[in-house]
Design a protein around this ligand. Structure first.
Ligand code: MLT
Length: 281
């Protein structure tokens, strides 16, 4: 079921399903909550909370000014939904940056993290410059420029992956999500992503267990990014998904969901309210 939740001056469209342990799914850039449709079966076992983040999908209100603001929205959303127990916060790429900030800024809200196809580090100066250039192009010619720049890099490129029957459908869904995102949201978010800080030091203090998932063929946040994260985080578990690129949960939902299920089963009993160590802040 999708409904709107008022958070101050904005209204987030939120898809919710199931009951039990709350699991918040945060989409990547420039997508919306429908990128998680393959994770729907998890709603048979947990309480899925899947928002369109500020500016994206069917949410109403201004675009994000920072990744920190998106993290505060996520925490406020949990309050608004009366989620009392700490949540499993799962994010892909941009959603992973947001999830890290939720753990750093609202540690009592986090039972465990799932960081998919993302990284802890800030942008390099070159990556920031590329974002500025892309934002200028989008402002001039529209969202098609983002589709053109991103889609070739989002999915696994191996012949086997390209031959999968679902592949054209995934590309079409990605394109449609990108084209449905406003130019204003795209340009504002590119600036916010470029300004995000390095989270490595913060993440060293995260006491919650963290599942790191990455597509073996991810060229945007390659496996090395998640391997570095695994060396920094106190309680990591790393899963590399073969035949997948940057959009692992869409490319192979069954394997992604199995990794999440195994992680929750093994960590569930002990991961109570273990966000970030207060003393380390
Ligand atoms: C994403 O998939 O969310 C983006 O690739 C993140 C980024 O541009 O850093």
């Amino acid at each position: 079921m999708t409904s709107h939740v008022q958070l101050g001056g904005i209204s987030l469209a939120v898809h919710a399903r199931g009951s039990g342990v709350p699991v918040l799914l945060l989409h990547g850039f420039p997508f919306d909550h429908t990128m998680w449709v393959g994770q729907e079966p998890l709603g048979d076992e947990v309480r899925l909370i899947v928002p369109d983040q500020r500016g994206f999908g069917r949410s109403v209100g201004p675009p994000p000014r920072s990744v920190e603001e998106l993290a505060d929205d996520a925490a406020t959303l949990l309050d608004a939904l009366h989620v009392r127990q700490p949540a499993v916060v799962c994010g892909l790429s941009m959603g992973g940056y947001v999830a890290q900030h939720v753990a750093a800024r609202h540690p009592h809200r986090v039972r465990a993290l799932v960081l998919a196809d993302t990284k802890l580090e800030a942008d390099t100066p070159e990556a920031r410059a590329a974002r500025r250039k892309l934002a200028a192009t989008v402002a001039r010619v529209g969202q098609e420029a983002v589709a053109e720049a991103m889609i070739p890099n989002l999915l696994a490129r191996s012949e086997k992956a390209r031959a999968k029957p679902g592949r054209p459908g995934i590309e079409a869904r990605l394109r449609s999500m990108i084209l449905n995102t406003s130019v204003e949201t795209i340009t504002a978010t590119l600036a916010a992503l470029g300004a995000r800080p390095d989270m490595s030091a913060e993440m060293r203090g995260v006491r919650a267990p963290v599942l790191l998932v990455v597509g073996e063929e991810d060229v945007i946040t390659p496996p090395e990014c998640l391997e570095r994260a695994a060396r920094v985080l106190p309680r990591p578990r790393l899963v590399v998904m073969t035949g997948c690129g940057h959009m692992a949960p869409l490319e192979d939902p069954a394997t992604f969901n199995a990794a999440v299920r195994d992680f929750l089963r093994e960590e569930g009993a002990e991961a109570h309210g273990a966000g970030r160590e207060a003393a380390g802040r």
